[in-house]
Design a protein around this ligand. Structure first.
Ligand SMILES: C[S@@+](CC[C@H](N)C(=O)[O-])C[C@H]1O[C@@H](n2cnc3c(N)ncnc32)[C@H](O)[C@@H]1O
Ligand code: SF4
Length: 382
């Protein structure tokens, strides 16, 4: 599967109804700039016309924050602005990240009938109320089930859900039950993340104050192994460390990130990469909305060095089922990097964390638990 030539557009919607304890993605619960944000986003869409050049846009992804807080009318207008400004492919994948509490029957049918959104990603996290309370999610388990059932009846066949494991309240039995429910729905894609305590989040503070139980690494590893076993039994391909799909249902958009494709990020805190440089927008809705000159919403821009490009290639490729290709390293980065890679890969192969088939190196089941550590042991110049 070669996706390197695909290009995508990411749109960051920076609002949430309530901040989940564990989340450090940029978002605000204040809706003060809601209207201005829409206008600023349309302004940015029109002003970034040169970023992807004439490249065809194969994917559009509304992420957040909580994109499902936007009205269907706003979503439609944003998509129309993209179509009229960019060279959008006829079979574009358009994903909306949605929270279960927003997905009422009316909203789901409105999205289905009045927008070209053709992929829904629902943030379920767990089908159990005590886990949702631990995470400080705004929705409950009934809303979680209803949102999926209604979306399926409305005809969203290209759908994915997010589930979090390693939550202290989530026993092995409950985790298996979450997976059974997922399979029962016949949804073709699953993103599943190990609960991570990010610095300075409410979760971090509450754990330090001993107001919430800490996470347990052994439990997370157990859950990950259960996840690998259960998805394999159902013929789901583990195509990226946190992503599982039936053939034909891989996320095209996320594959662009993992396979080095080009993407343009719009909205506060969004990242962009065009093969040469990467850049970030400001992490402030206020500044994003008040800045009349779009150039000033760029917080930082950096041209990648070959070391950085090689390290990023390792970090992303090793996390995927397509793996890391030694021929790609030699052809794109040069012999220096090939020699460095071959010198260091032996150790992780001996430890049974990486396997090699021809030119391709992939993680073993054990290696998947240590993915980031393995990549960094192969980094150049650090
Ligand atoms: C940033 S959210 C955006 C989507 C949407 N707002 C939602 O919450 O469903 C994307 C996903 O990242 C995952 N996530 C974010 N922070 C995480 C953390 N610290 N540990 C594990 N998963 C996390 C959650 O599963 C979440 O659904
Ligand atoms: S996980 Fe989703 S809903 Fe919760 S705070 Fe983060 S972006 Fe908002």
């Amino acid at each position: 599967m070669k996706l390197l030539h695909l290009a995508g557009i990411y749109i960051h919607i920076p609002f949430c109804k309530q901040k989940c304890h564990y989340c450090n993605f940029y978002s605000t619960v204040s809706l003060k700039y809601r209207k201005e944000f829409y206008n600023a986003l349309i302004r940015e869409i029109k002003s970034r016309i040169d970023y992807l050049g004439t490249e065809e846009v194969n994917t559009i992804y509304f992420g957040g924050g909580t994109p499902s807080m936007l009205s269907t009318e706003d979503l439609s207008n944003i998509i129309n602005a993209l179509y009229s400004t960019y060279n959008v492919s006829k079979d574009v994948e358009i994903t909306l990240e949605a929270n279960p509490d927003d997905l009422t029957k009316d909203q789901i049918y409105d999205i289905k009938n009045h927008t070209p959104i053709n992929r829904l990603s629902i943030g379920i996290q767990s089908f159990f109320d005590d886990d949702l309370v631990y995470l400080n999610r705004v929705h409950n388990s009934v809303q979680a089930q209803k949102s999926i059932e209604t979306a399926l009846i409305a005809g969203f066949d290209n759908m994915t859900i997010d589930l979090i494991y390693g939550i202290p309240t989530l026993t092995d039995k409950k985790w298996k039950e979450n997976l059974v429910r997922f399979f029962e729905y016949g949804i073709p894609h699953l993103s599943s993340y190990s609960l991570t305590v990010e610095e300075k989040t409410a979760l971090d503070v509450l754990i330090k104050k001993q107001k919430l139980e800490n996470i347990n690494e052994e439990q997370s590893i157990n859950h990950f192994n259960i996840l690998l076993e259960e998805t394999e039994k159902k013929n789901f391909v583990h195509y990226e460390i946190s992503n599982f799909a039936l053939e034909g249902y891989y996320s095209k958009h996320n594959s662009i990130y993992w396979l080095g494709g080009h993407y343009m990020g719009l909205g506060p805190s969004a990242h962009s990469y065009n093969g040469i440089a990467r850049q970030w927008n400001v992490m402030s809705v206020k500044r994003y909305c008040e800045e009349a000159n779009p150039i000033n919403i760029i917080e930082e821009k950096e041209v990648l060095t070959t070391d950085q490009m090689y390290n990023e290639y390792l970090l992303t490729s090793l996390r995927t089922s397509w793996g890391c290709d030694i021929e790609h390293i030699t052809n794109v980065f040069g012999n220096k990097y090939k020699t460095h890679f071959l010198k260091n890969i032996d150790q992780v192969i001996k430890e049974n964390k990486v396997m090699c088939k021809g030119n391709i190196y992939t993680l073993t089941s054990m290696g998947k638990i240590f993915a980031d550590g393995i990549s960094s042991s192969l980094f150049y110049g650090l």
